[in-house]
Design a binder for this molecule. Sequence first.
Ligand code: PGA
Length: 258
Amino acid sequence: MPHKLIAGNWKMNGLKGAGRELARDLAARARSAAPDCDLLVCPPAQLLIPVGEALADSPVQLGAQDCHAEASGAHTGDIGAPMLADAGCSHVIVGHSERRSDHGESDAQVRAKAAAAAAAGLVPIVCLGETEAERAAGRALAVIESQLRGSLPERGPVGGGTGPAAAGPVVAYEPVWAIGTGKTATAGDIAEAHGHIRGLLREILGRSAGDSVRILYGGSVKPDNAAEILAVEDVDGALVGGASLKADDFWAIGASCP
Ligand code: PGA
């Protein structure tokens, strides 16, 4: 398994000045002493270009928060994966629970977006996770399974070729009830969910491709719980929301990688 991936999801936060400042701060730290992990920031779309410029010549990578399933066309307000690649992105988040709930995105739509991302040479970060009611009903693993089977692009590592997407997709397990709430799943629950996802990835993609997919945990990851979470088996990184908006906190999470 390569280095862990610590991805910052800025969501709908940041004006030009503050976004550029945060990116400059992270880039400067990473240029002088990068932690032992891969770092990625996913700002809102209008900041992709200035943040990309601020990250230039640093090991911090640039990602987006969503893409359309079509490459271009009459889709007002949407953005195509080739546009994101053109803006300097290496990754794009698809199927975040906020997209699924705010925009009613289905597994099939998420899968089409992931496939479009890979076709544009981007690594899709495919998000899934159960709600509190689903966990309370004992259905967490079943929900995870059906979302994974429905959202993952159909065959094998989706990338092919030599671009960043060659390594295949990334999966992010984010229990909905843990996102932005300060509640985190226990290490035992995370191990169970990630182990289940790993088994399914092996079944769907084959053992070696399934083992090479990075599985991120997301949901209230903070500097004070990151080390414990990142030490759990089959946790290959974190998708960080709130704590990615402060350079000190995001950096501390990166520095928590074992
Ligand atoms: P949070 O968000 O870290 O603020 O809980 C995580 C996410 O939604 O990706």
